[in-house]
Design a binder for this molecule. Structure first.
Ligand code: PLP
Length: 367
């Protein structure tokens, strides 16, 4: 069986380095916000091309801290509206709500799966103060279009870059994490840059935002025994930071490998019942997942299973149809609903064997 993703095999490539780093960690005996967190923050800020990276506990906390910090700084206030793609992962929406803001769901573009700038304009009201641009499945949202709107209406632009580490916007010449006012990353183990547990980061070149997030992630303290804000404990763990320090230098090469496999899928999967993902072939996509569409997804899933290929669905139920969002359940978002009914992801990772890629292509063409 070709597994959808075997993290053990992926992390085996770093095993000796990871063990050595853990040994060093034990020898050093410094457990919270130590040298590994600082090193990672510096390296990841450089990688993204921003002035600050603040290591935090996970991607959801990274997003929530950005919104809460903007409220503390007076740039947002409770009840302000934040525009977000309706087909995003639920965490993007939770962050907006948990910070006391109101999410406004906008349909994605059917081809790119990312928020449609034309639809954004239709949803802007006096209460709209920010756009959360999610780079879904690893492909950058239309940042040029989004930034134009943000300038016209004076909106903050926050990136949800949880799935897009290292993706480069070819128009803007900058990477994910450096395309708006601030960005949130998740290093959940399955991500392109994955830790061995929960981890996340905020990137920004806004000095006052960075200062506030440094403070809020660590009880609101400005120095060891001075607290001047009502803070949280949202720190990046030292062990996870040391794992990320080992993996970061390989990220660009691994993303390139993901694109090579994607290129092969795009050129060799040839079945009228399967819709392949749109991609312009550039580095704006890091293929966190390779998402195809088909009318009878369960049938395809079963067929592939019988042919030894495991698949996963990102995501089977859109946020507005979730029980937790009862007031949205009758909302009509047809593009989002179609996408959620038809998408299915096939295995793609930098260490997948060539013969498995061939097997997957053959199985899909035989469907
Ligand atoms: C688009 C998106 N945003 C936010 C998150 C939240 O990240 P985390 O799981 O690290 O909290 C995820 C992770 O699954 C995600 O895919």
């Amino acid at each position: 069986m070709i597994k959808f993703l075997d993290l053990k095999i992926i992390n085996q490539h770093y095993e000796e380095q990871l063990k050595k780093a853990f040994r060093n960690f034990l020898d050093e005996g410094y457990y919270i916000l130590g040298s590994q967190v600082i090193q990672f923050e510096n390296k990841f800020a450089d990688f993204c091309g921003v002035n600050h990276c603040i290591g935090v506990s996970n991607g959801l906390d990274a997003l929530t801290l950005i919104f809460k910090s903007y409220i503390r700084l007076g740039k947002l206030k409770k009840g302000d509206q934040v525009i977000v793609a309706a087909n995003t992962y639920i965490a993007s929406i939770l962050a907006i709500i948990n910070a006391g803001l109101e999410p406004v769901l906008v349909e994605p573009n059917e081809d790119t799966f990312n928020i449609d700038p034309l639809e954004i304009t239709k949803k802007i009201s006096d209460k709209t103060k920010a756009i959360l641009a999610v780079h879904l499945y690893g492909m950058l949202a239309d940042m040029k279009g989004i930034l134009e709107i943000s300038r016209k209406y004076d909106l903050l632009v926050i990136e949800d870059a949880a799935q897009a580490h290292g993706a480069r916007d070819m128009d803007l010449g900058r990477k994910a994490g450096n395309l708006g006012d601030a960005a949130a990353f998740s290093f959940y183990p399955t991500k392109n840059l994955g830790a061995l547990g929960d981890a996340g980061a905020v990137t920004t070149s806004d000095d006052s935002l960075a200062k506030m997030i440094y403070k809020l992630r660590n009880y609101g303290r400005s120095t060891k025994f001075k607290n001047d804000a009502l803070g949280y404990n949202n720190r990046l763990d030292e062990v996870q930071a040391s794992m990320l320090n080992i993996k970061l230098p390989y990220l660009d090469k691994e993303n390139e490998k993901r694109r090579e496999i994607a290129k092969k899928y795009v050129s060799e999967i040839n079945n009228k019942k399967i819709l392949l993902p749109y991609w312009d072939g550039s580095k704006n996509h890091v293929f966190h997942v390779f998402v195809i569409r088909t009318k009878n997804r369960n049938e395809l899933k079963e067929f592939l299973l019988k042919n030894g290929v495991e698949t996963l669905i990102f995501y089977p139920i859109p946020p507005h149809k979730q029980k937790v969002f009862k007031s949205w359940n009758n909302k009509s978002l047809p593009i989002t609903e179609n996408i959620h009914d038809e998408v299915i992801s096939i295995p793609l990772n930098p260490y997948i064997k060539s013969r498995d890629v061939e097997k997957i292509i053959t199985a899909l063409n035989n469907y």
